[in-house]
Design a protein around this ligand. Sequence first.
Ligand SMILES: [Zn+2]
Ligand SMILES: [Zn+2]
Length: 218
Amino acid sequence: MTLAKSFFIGGAVLLSAGCASSRSAAGSEPAHGQLSSLSVASRPGAEFCEHRVPRETCTRCNPHLEEKFKAAKDWCGEHAVPESQCYLCHPDLSFEPLPALAEGADLRKLSEAGEDVPELGSHAVRGKVTVFDFYADWCPPCRQVDAHMYGLLNGRTDVAYRKLNVVSWDTPLAKRYLGGVPNLPFVVVYGKDGREVARLMGLDLDALDKAIAEGGSR
Ligand SMILES: [Zn+2]
Ligand SMILES: [Zn+2]
C-alpha cells in the first residue's frame, strides 16, 4: 500500500501526509499538509457535493472553511484543497457511506477515542473469529477494511468485529499497539479458539480473508 506509506513516513511524524514525489522537491516549504478528520461529515448519510466530498465540509462549496483546514495544517497547497479532500494526492479517499449492517451483526467499539485497551485476548469471542481493527477517521484505507468487513458481517454470524479508534499516533491506545506499525490500518485476528491468528499492517484484504478463514478452522 504505497499510499499509506507516504502518509506515515516515520511513525513519529504525527499524521504526516502528502505525495511522496513532491515531498522531496518541496524544500523547506512543504506543498502538502496532513490529513485530519475535518472532512468527515458530522453524521452518517450526509449529502455529497459535485467534488465527491460531504457538502458540509467541502471547502470549494464553502470557501469560508478554508481557514479552519489551514489552521489544522490540513491543506494541499499544490491543489488548493484540504489534504483530506485531495483526490489527486489521495486517490483512495472515500466518504461513501458504509453498507447497512444486518440485524445481529456483531460489531462493537472497544476504544472510542484512543483510550487504552490493555489487552485483546479477553475481548476475543469464543466460537467466533474476532477481528480487531485499529483505525482512524482520517485513514482512507481503513474505510476499505470497514466496507469489506461490513459485507462479511452481513453474510455470517461467526465473525465478531471490534473497532479501536486510535485517533492519532499519540494516544494511549496507539502507544501500546502501534509502536512497530508503519501505517494504518492495523488488524489483529483471533480464531474461534480464542488464540491469535495474525497481525496485519496496512491494507491487505486478501491476507485478512486468509486469516479469517484460518481462524474459523480452529
Ligand atoms: Zn464541493
Ligand atoms: Zn493535492
